[in-house]
Design a protein around this ligand. Structure first.
Ligand code: FE
Ligand code: CA
Length: 515
């Protein structure tokens, strides 16, 4: 055994050892515990992301308060023999030692591989595809849709399966984290039954930037989530739980004064930026963040990624699942805010693209939520969805009418749904695919109790399913096919994947066919 003096002497010897040995001893723990990610692909590049966090749940991820250089490399092959770009970025304490590199100068429509290195430790390799040239005419696009990943509700097995898919990119519709405290038992929100969390959130309800950082760290330490990020570039957006349940604009549901809630929102936005592979254009600016944006896959598809939280007017009828009240028809209501609405209107006028996709967060179909014929005398609606904002919803439908190439992608419901959007004269306007959750809601089943009533009361609904999973979309010039991929369980490891259904929209028709 060493006494203290001998130990000090051997520590000094170690410090004097060659560089290679010093590099091996620089970190107590592996610093890339939160994995790597790529995002916002373009024809000439994408963003690559990592964060140094040797102790992910400790303050500042276990990092000291200095900046630290992180080397990055992008190659045209998975063995990094043909290096195409490399450099060094600073991981700064102001941004939780995260690194966002916007890689440019790459070739369109091909895979690249990337990795990071800091203090003698290296990440695994990630893969990202660039988008095709905007003037090209691709004949096929396959991409994934995922979101709603409550850590307590289930394992991320669906992400492990998603990582194995051959995809151009993944659209994430939000609820990347949930702000709730850790609870050993709680009531299942739609039945009131006891729900036993599969694993537990560390900490209390989130308010400060350190709270949000720690929650992202807990989620991002998950190996299946890391696999999905390493396999595909993501277009990430946010919904409510990145900040607070059902927040809109500067309003929460606790009657917090707006100027006070904005402080919490600013902390949540900064932590979102720090942990997402997004561009500098989405850098948090005071209490706001620019998250709506678009991407173009040659002339085959335009994707409009919406922000349905930040500019929205308050939910009508006191929010929640409620009978319809007059405010649902308010002409003053807004879902996107004037600027985003005008931006979307301009994008929808484009005639040089085969499919126009609205990739967004909350359901656009108007669904009567009554689960039994005797539950209530009048329609019950989810006041957090587009259906409770009929003014802006019909304004949007007026712009979609006659376009015959629009597909809406949605999350939030924690169930799979597919159906047609009808305007106020009951004319079909577009198809909507609602993706289930990665884990939120737990194991699930084919149909929730009461789904037969919902299907009978809502003829525009063509498909409902209550299992966890993700979507893959197969897009060609002639048809948009959406595959509902589900896992049989998320409460125990190794849930099996199956394709629950495929529904198709033929180009030029507002219709939804089983295929
Ligand atoms: Fe959710
Ligand atoms: Ca949500």
């Amino acid at each position: 055994m060493l006494n203290r003096r001998q130990f000090a002497a051997s520590a000094a010897a170690l410090l004097a050892a060659p560089a290679l040995l010093r590099a091996q001893t620089m970190w107590r723990n592996y610093p890339f515990s939160l994995g790597i990610a790529s995002g916002d692909p373009a024809p000439d590049g994408f963003v690559i992301w990592t964060r140094l966090a040797p102790d992910p749940l400790e303050p500042h991820g276990g990092m000291g308060m200095g900046a630290m250089p992180v080397k990055w490399e992008v190659a045209g092959d998975e063995r990094f023999q043909s290096m195409v770009a490399q450099g060094e970025a600073q991981a700064r304490p102001e941004l939780a030692h995260s690194v966002h590199v916007e890689v440019t100068g790459l070739q369109p429509d091909r895979p690249y591989w990337y990795r990071f290195e800091a203090g003698g430790e290296r990440t695994i390799r990630g893969r990202a595809r660039t988008l095709p040239d905007p003037a090209s005419a691709p004949q096929a696009l396959r991409f994934g849709v995922a979101g709603c990943q409550n850590f307590e509700d289930g394992l991320y097995t669906a992400y492990r399966h998603l990582a194995r898919e051959d995809l151009a990119f993944v659209f994430h519709y939000g609820d990347y984290i949930y702000e709730y405290r850790g609870d050993p038992l709680r009531p299942q929100h739609w039945t009131g039954d006891v729900f036993v969390p599969v694993r537990q959130h560390a900490g209390q309800l989130l308010f400060s930037i350190d709270d949000y950082r720690r929650r992202y760290a807990q989620y991002k330490a998950d190996a299946d989530l890391q696999r999905a990020h390493a396999a595909h570039a993501f277009f990430t957006t946010f919904d409510d739980h990145e900040v607070d349940n059902n927040w809109v604009a500067a309003i929460d549901h606790r009657d917090t004064p707006p100027e006070v809630f904005r402080l919490r929102r600013a902390a949540a936005f900064q932590a979102w930026y720090e942990h997402m592979p997004v561009r500098r254009a989405s850098f948090p600016n005071a209490a706001a963040i620019q998250a709506y944006r678009s991407a173009r896959f040659g002339n085959l598809a335009e994707l409009n990624f919406l922000d349905t939280r930040q500019y929205r007017s308050d939910q009508p009828c006191d929010d929640g699942f409620k009978p319809v009240c007059a405010d649902v028809r308010s002409a003053e209501a807004t879902m996107l805010g004037a600027e985003q609405e005008a931006w979307l209107a301009r994008n929808l006028q484009r005639r040089d693209v085969r499919w126009n996709c609205l990739a967004q967060q909350v359901m656009m179909m108007s669904v009567d939520r009554r689960r039994s014929p005797n539950e209530a005398p009048a329609r019950i609606m989810n006041m957090d969805t587009w259906a409770a904002y009929e003014g802006p919803r019909q304004r949007l439908f007026a712009r979609l009418r006659g376009l015959d190439n629009v597909v809406v992608l949605t999350g939030d419901e924690h169930q799979n749904w597919a159906g047609l959007l009808h305007d106020d004269r009951d004319r079909p306007i577009a198809a909507e695919f609602v993706s289930t959750s990665i884990s939120s809601g737990g194991d699930g089943q084919n149909l929730r109790p009461g789904s037969d009533t919902i299907l009978a009361n809502n003829p525009q609904l063509k498909f409902v399913n209550d299992q966890r999973g993700y979507l893959t979309c197969d897009v060609t010039p002639d048809a948009w096919r959406t595959n509902f991929m589900v896992v049989d369980r998320v409460s125990t490891p190794d849930g099996a994947l199956s394709k629950r259904a495929t529904l198709a929209v033929p180009h030029g028709q507002v219709d939804l066919l089983s295929s």
